[in-house]
Design a binder for this molecule. Structure first.
Ligand code: TXA
Ligand code: MG
Length: 341
């Protein structure tokens, strides 16, 4: 299939591209769209064949449900039922924005969209291009991250082009993503609110709105053999570059010392930034703040593959605030290989 590339800097300046993308979605096609978190691979959430085509294009297991994106609060009750007051409180605080809520689903939402679950994941993104396309299409849009299954999520259009050319109808280039990691996922479908995937909206912020929030055991550690995943996506190997990633948990000096002592070819460091002066191995910088690390992590992992890195020694992020999200992704990229220094 031929993949159209549509560039949209500002939806008001490029209404034609927005209309083209929306028309493709309305006729059941696949379009990669920019959001504030990562690029998403969108299709009509109510079109079963289109949703099946998303799974095919990504090579994604069919039991891993998709997030449905909306551009108006009025769409929410068409997707979810028994919406608790906490959901409206979270929407008020964080929507539009990088938060996904799991709610009981309306029977009209196809079971392929929700991976066979009785719940649906809903997000109202804040990116103006995503917003304009969803609104123009008049549809709720199912969209996983726009990468091939298992690879780091794309945070710019170039990475979508690499993964999806020939597999989707169009890719909309809206520039680099501001957040850089996928949305926070919270389940409101059970007895107590439960954080399933940390993101830019932090656990601390969720607790401010809801009071207590449980943290799913898959967030900060590996699921044990036989343990079932509240969020099916958390059980798969994820976000991984081709290189082997080893997470080094220690301070600046211990990190530099450990990396400098390693022998062999194509060894790279994935550093915070301020510690690089003493590194004797090639390195890439994630950034010193949690926010910078979030924004750059996935692009760094992909860029290190381009450089031919075989082994990546990565600094271990903080486990609180936005750092919790960076930590959650990087432990998966490393297949839980963490070395205490
Ligand atoms: O920021 C984001 O969330 C991006 C952009 C495109 O919006 N999307 C994204 O989608 O990251 P995806 O498919 O890569 O991740 C969705 C995650 C998966 O871990 C999936 O298992 C979980 O959400 N999920 C979706 N529906 C669920 C449900 N009904 N119950 C539990 N987990 C669900
Ligand atoms: Mg994904």
């Amino acid at each position: 299939m031929e993949t159209k590339l549509l560039r949209v800097e500002d939806p008001k300046q490029n209404p034609q591209a927005i209309e083209t993308a929306a028309a493709i979605l309305r006729r059941g096609g696949l379009v990669a769209i920019p959001t504030e978190t990562v690029y998403g691979l969108g299709a009509s959430a109510f079109d079963e064949q289109a949703v099946v085509n998303i799974y095919k294009a990504k090579g994604r297991p069919s039991d891993n449900p998709l997030i449905v994106h909306i551009a108006s609060m009025e769409t929410l009750p068409t997707l979810a039922r028994e919406i608790p007051s906490g959901a409206y409180a979270l929407a008020e605080a964080f929507w539009p924005g990088p938060l996904t809520m799991i709610l009981k689903k309306q029977s009209s939402v196809p079971s392929v969209t929700t991976g066979g679950l009785d719940t649906v994941a809903v997000r109202f993104p804040s990116h103006p291009v995503a917003n304009a396309i969803i609104r123009e299409s008049g549809l709720p849009i199912a969209a996983p991250s726009a990468n091939l299954s298992g690879a780091p999520s794309p945070t710019n259009a170039r990475r979508c082009v690499e993964d999806l050319t020939g597999r989707v109808d169009a890719i909309v280039d809206g520039g680099p993503c501001q957040v850089g990691l996928e949305s926070t996922v919270i389940s409101l479908a059970g007895e107590i609110p439960r954080l399933l995937r940390p993101g830019f909206v932090t656990l601390e912020q969720l607790c401010d709105v809801l009071g207590d929030v449980a943290v799913d055991s898959a967030v900060l550690s590996k699921l044990e053999e036989g343990q079932s995943a509240a969020s099916p996506g958390m059980k798969y190997k994820h976000y991984a570059p081709k290189a082997r990633v080893i997470l080094l948990d220690g301070d600046d000096d211990a990190f530099v010392d450990y990396v400098n002592r390693q022998q062999g070819d194509d060894i790279w460091a994935l550093a915070f930034g301020h510690e690089t002066a003493a590194l004797k191995k090639p390195y890439m910088v994630m950034g010193d703040t949690d926010q910078q690390q979030a924004q750059r992590l996935f692009e760094c992992l992909r860029a290190l593959d381009d450089k031919g890195a075989k082994v990546i020694y990565a600094r271990c992020p903080h486990k609180t605030g936005v750092g919790m999200a960076v930590y959650n992704r990087i432990i998966r990229a490393s297949a839980f290989t963490i070395q205490k220094l």
